[in-house]
Design a protein around this ligand. Structure first.
Ligand SMILES: [Zn+2]
Length: 605
């Protein structure tokens, strides 16, 4: 491609040179050269002392530079140069566009190059500029017109070019970039897209790379990418999945933990969108099979959002998932988790203890880290030294040292935990306890005056306790360090504007141990789906609430763990202390009308 350009520029220079040789000095209206006229003027002044030949110049006389020595008509030449630049730009667009659409790139590129090259040659050789320029326009426009006609037939109406809509949008977009806004908000949005700005990551992963953001701005699918991300954020989605299929790229959003399919993309646009995200995330766009990950940021008028990307080759092509980390959605305190007041108070006292071990358990996506972050927010980070080790860091907290480790690269939680204990922390949060070593160091830390927070992958509190004992932590170590275990799930809240009351089955109430006289009604999703509720956009649910089970350890229970008593004895003791199982806590939410019974049974088995 580059060599072709060099060749063309050489042709242009050569033709310029040729015309220079054949050019004649200009004649004025009477058909005489300006030189002759000056001689005549001198002759008419006979008898007088000839004036000093003042304008004496060595070399080129500046008075004549515009007539002699410069043989081009300025405006005509400018016109040709401008057309040349336009031709260069469109040729590279055709090259890129036809590659994206899998058209015959070689054919179209060479047709446009050869025809254009000939046109430029002719404009300098033709005796009449008008005819030459007309021929040039024809040579430039004809293959381009055919190409546009062919590609427009292939793509959906929204991505056709040179249609009245496209030209109007292009104008609005260029004017908007210069700060000039025309048309209403709707026209603006159709042309410039929603108000969201992407900021790419540099290839090192640290810091921003403004060039990648600029690179994607003019690529195909940029508007579609902007709209997709904006729509996902507006719908409160936490993940966006781009999944290639036979002839399209499917899009699914995860909202409140449940996947919803939405409108997909035409295959070529979908792939362009995927490439835009890869460029922003500093990922290798030529690698389409091996898994890759990356990240970038987006700025909206009222907030800043982080994105984590993961791509992976599948049978149909490359799949990508975008995790949306909206800092405004992060929970700032325990009271925002939606727990009843009694539990919030209990948790508050536990997490503010000077030392101990507080563990959150539940499956992936049950909100364990959100709870731990809420707990960390309760602690005065100015007076106490808080250090976290995460894989990866998802939410930033002020005044807390957050360390990111990469388990795939061989870093382990155990190793980092041991090293951060040398940093004199008061409070330590560690992403997950998965192996014996981490469990042992966490217990040791808790016993030596640190408050330790972590998560365990287990379904409920007693299973988590089993897991710890299974990891061969000494029972006396465990007994003296454990403060509390919290198991949790996230249930979707019913939309307050469209939930529907109904009379629960009395037998069910009896089975669930609920007094039938006290429970007036339960709530559920609206039966009729004709009316789409604007609050929840017809989903019926809006946000999520934690359903928890808190197991606190008192002296009696510590003794039981030390003596390796069996679980049923422990359970009985915990119930005696007033512990409620997760299902019971959840039923309270159902009775209050916060969630539905179906939803509770979905998340708590
Ligand atoms: Zn609703």
């Amino acid at each position: 491609m580059k060599s072709t350009w060099a060749c063309l520029i050489a042709i242009l220079c050569f033709t310029t040179h040729l015309t220079e040789i054949h050019a004649q000095p200009r004649l004025n209206d009477d058909g005489e050269t300006e030189e002759n006229q000056r001689t005549i003027a001198n002759v008419s002044a006979i008898g007088q002392y000839p004036p000093l030949p003042v304008p004496f110049f060595r070399g080129n006389d500046p008075r004549f530079t515009n007539s002699q020595g410069f043989y081009f008509h300025f405006w005509k030449f400018l016109l040709v140069v401008l057309l040349f630049l336009l031709w260069a730009k469109t040729s590279s667009w055709v090259d890129e566009d036809s590659r994206g659409l899998k058209s015959n790139t070689e054919f179209w590129s060479s047709a446009i190059l050869v025809a254009g090259g000939l046109g430029f040659l002719l404009v300098f050789c033709m005796p009449s500029f008008i005819v030459g320029f007309f021929v040039l326009l024809l040579a430039y426009g004809t293959p381009l017109g055919f190409y546009i006609h062919e590609r427009n037939a292939k793509v959906p109406p929204s991505s056709r070019v040179m249609t009245p809509d496209h030209i109007r949008n292009l104008t609005i977009r260029y004017l908007a970039r210069m700060g000039i806004r025309i048309g209403g908000t709707k026209t603006q949005q159709a042309a410039v897209g929603p108000d969201i700005r992407f900021i790419g990551k540099s290839s090192t992963g640290r810091g921003d790379d403004p060039t990648s953001s600029r690179r994607v701005e003019n690529s195909r699918g940029f508007l579609a990418a902007k709209e997709l991300v904006y729509d996902a954020i507006m719908r409160r989605a936490t993940d966006v999945h781009l999944e290639p299929k036979d002839d399209e790229v499917g899009v699914r959003l995860r909202i409140d933990g449940v996947m919803y399919p939405t409108e997909g993309f035409d295959r070529s646009i979908g792939e362009a969108v995927l490439n835009i995200f890869k460029v922003l995330g500093a990922m290798d766009i030529t690698e389409r099979r091996r898994p890759q990950d990356g990240s970038f940021r987006a700025i909206m008028p009222d907030r800043e959002i982080d994105f984590r990307l993961a791509s992976q080759g599948t049978r149909h092509g490359e799949k990508m998932s975008l995790r949306i980390l909206d800092q405004t959605n992060s929970i700032a305190s325990l009271s925002e988790l939606g727990l009843r007041k009694q539990l919030v108070d209990k948790l508050g006292t536990i997490v503010k203890q000077p030392h101990g071990l507080f563990l959150c358990c539940g499956p992936t996506g049950a909100g364990k880290s959100t709870t731990l972050f809420a707990a960390l927010h309760e602690i005065d980070s100015y007076q106490r030294n808080i250090i976290t080790v995460e894989d990866p860091v998802e939410y930033r907290i002020e005044n807390v040292t957050q360390i990111e480790i990469n388990q795939k690269a061989g870093q382990t939680f155990a190793e980092s935990l041991r090293s951060i204990l040398r940093q004199d922390p008061d409070v330590v949060m560690i992403g997950e306890i998965r192996d014996a070593e981490t469990a042992r160091i966490a217990c040791q830390a808790a016993n030596t005056g640190h408050m330790v927070f972590s998560t365990v992958h287990a379904n409920d509190t007693f299973t988590a306790l089993y897991r710890l004992i299974d990891l061969e932590v000494e029972p006396f170590m465990l007994a003296s360090s454990l403060s509390a275990l919290l198991a949790q799930r996230l249930a979707r809240r019913l939309c307050p504007d469209c939930k529907e009351p109904y009379q629960p089955n009395p037998e069910f109430l009896k089975k669930a141990n609920l007094p039938p006289d006290k429970v007036k009604c339960f709530y559920r999703l609206p039966k009729s789906r004709e009316f789409v509720c604007p609050t929840c956009s017809g989903l019926g649910y809006m946000g999520r609430i934690s359903v928890v089970e808190l197991l606190e350890f008192n002296e009696r229970m510590r003794d039981m763990i030390r003596d390796a008593s069996n679980m049923s004895q422990l359970k009985a003791q915990a119930r005696k202390n007033g512990m409620l199982y997760m299902k019971e806590e959840g039923l309270r939410l159902v009775v209050k009308g916060i969630t539905s019974i179906d939803e509770l049974l979905r998340v708590v088995k």
